[in-house]
Design a protein around this ligand. Structure first.
Ligand code: NAP
Ligand code: HSE
Length: 430
């Protein structure tokens, strides 16, 4: 199928917008194969057109919103400028003109979402907002589609990447509050004004959106009481740790006797709880339901490329897919070759039962050396007239490992068939 051209107008080209431009240009072929649409970017609205932006054609930049909103050639609008004003007006204009909109703007959606969705509906178009909560984690899609019939009872989450990163780095590296915040800003996790991250408002906006979808209820931002980490002291974090707790900024939404409650506050989480292990800028959302049990979604919760991934997914959902495309034909797609198992690289654990004679270890080691396999750890344990030899190898090619194991098994000093297990670790792909 030959791809038609669809032009996307962009409102904002900062951390997220720049990443969207780069992701769309990198994934152009995949999108065209899935949707039958070849995407063209621009115009792109910014405040400062003179600032260079990596991977972005400067001739597409404009500081005039009408160039994006009133251009009949723009078929879809992506809003990644943030804030309420003028974003609300721009989105309203785009939707009223019948143009589908994708946005990452949780501040706006948690306050004006129902109004914007009504305009979209009236105009026969769509408003999508996966990127507004938990960046790369497809939590809205899961709640809206996959768990539609699950009757969710509770949504508990770490939904702000900046503060989770700060709490992790303050505990792990002893960073001060200000240094941890500066790092989160540098890494592109924080909001343009990070006050909303640290005071809990960003998490409250996301919880309002998630609770609305999970419980099929209208939960506006104003209905979510919130506290942030800005009043948390190192002393309380330390004392909580002594008592076996990790302090996390949690969003907690529940159904209580048929009514919805949503709040955000720093919370002591028992060390063994799944949410306690969520570190750095990761987010995690624990969904509880009577029918589907507990489901935890975990992944990058902030950052330009991470958020762009959700925006591209929304664009693809709006464009739809065509018969014969990857999405209709997912198990039958032959876009890439499959690596033969013998060429896969893994780290290995080996246990050998050997006669306890001089030179055994040297013979075994020289076989691995000849097969280009490097030994990381050796443990030898005596047992009667024999020994148990346990080796952990650095990642190596599976075919060579099997050849080495065959040669080792054939040594006169080796008594039983060697036991081979794979070790999960860095540098392997198997
Ligand atoms: P950002 O880096 O500050 O980028 C904002 C962009 O919008 C900039 O290009 C800015 O222009 C433009 N802009 C802002 N106000 C404008 C106005 N009045 N007129 C014209 N252009 C304007 O912010 P960001 O981090 O990309 O965040 C953007 C949105 O994504 C926010 O809603 C945020 O909550 C959401 N989000 C962010 C993340 C993340 O990890 N950063 C994750 C999920 C969602 P200039 O470049 O000229 O200043
Ligand atoms: N500032 C937000 C955060 C970006 O740190 O979670 C993702 O929405």
């Amino acid at each position: 199928m030959s791809a038609g051209v669809t032009r996307i107008g962009l409102l904002g080209c900062g951390t997220v917008g720049g990443a969207v431009v780069r992701a769309l240009s990198r994934n152009g072929d995949t999108i065209a194969r899935a949707s039958g649409h070849r995407l063209e970017m621009g115009p792109i609205l910014v405040r400062d057109v003179s600032r260079p932006r990596p991977g972005v054609d400067p001739s597409l930049l404009t500081d005039d919103p009408a160039r994006v909103l009133d251009d009949p050639g723009v078929a879809m609008v992506v809003e990644v400028m943030g804030g309420l004003d003028p974003a609300l007006d721009y989105l309203r204009r785009a939707l009223e003109a019948g143009k589908p909109v994708v946005t990452a703007n949780k501040q706006l959606l948690s306050r004006e979402g129902p109004r914007l969705l009504e305009i979209a509906e009236r105009s026969g178009t769509e408003l999508r907002f996966e990127a507004s909560a938990c960046a790369a984690i497809p939590v809205i899609k899961v709640l809206r589609e996959s768990l539609l019939a699950a009757e969710i009872q509770a949504v508990t989450g770490i939904v702000n990447g900046t503060t989770n990163y700060m709490l992790t780095e303050m505990a792990r590296a002893g960073l001060s509050y200000d240094d941890a915040l500066a790092q989160a800003q540098e890494l592109g996790y924080a909001e343009p004004d990070p006050t909303e991250d640290v005071n809990g408002a960003d998490a409250a906006a996301k919880m309002a959106i998630l609770a609305s979808i999970a419980f099929h209820a209208r939960v506006p931002f104003d209905a979510v009481p919130y506290e942030g980490i800005d009043t948390l002291t190192a002393e309380d974090v330390g004392l909580a740790a002594e008592l076996g707790f990790v302090v996390k900024l949690l969003g907690i939404a529940r159904l209580v006797n048929g009514s919805v409650t949503v709040r955000v506050h720093p919370t002591l989480v028992p060390e063994g709880h799944r949410l306690a292990a969520v570190s750095g800028a990761d987010n995690a959302v624990l969904l509880e339901s009577d029918t589907a049990g507990e489901i935890m979604l975990l992944g990058p919760g902030a950052g330009g490329p991470e958020t762009a991934s959700a925006i591209v997914a929304d664009i693809l959902s709006i464009l739809g897919t065509h018969r014969g495309s990857f999405l209709h034909n997912a198990l039958a797609d032959a876009g890439r070759p499959v690596l033969p198992p013998a060429e896969v690289t893994s780290a290995f654990y080996l246990r050998l039962s050997v006669a306890d004679r001089p030179g055994v270890l040297a013979n075994v080691a020289s076989i691995f050396g000849e097969e280009q396999l490097s030994i990381r750890t050796v443990v030898q344990k005596g047992e009667g007239d024999g020994a148990r030899l346990v080796l952990v190898l650095h990642p190596g090619v599976e075919g060579r490992l099997l050849s080495a194991v065959g040669r080792v098994a054939a040594l006169a000093e080796v008594r039983d068939r060697p036991v081979v297990l794979r070790v999960l670790g860095s540098g392997d792909d198997g």
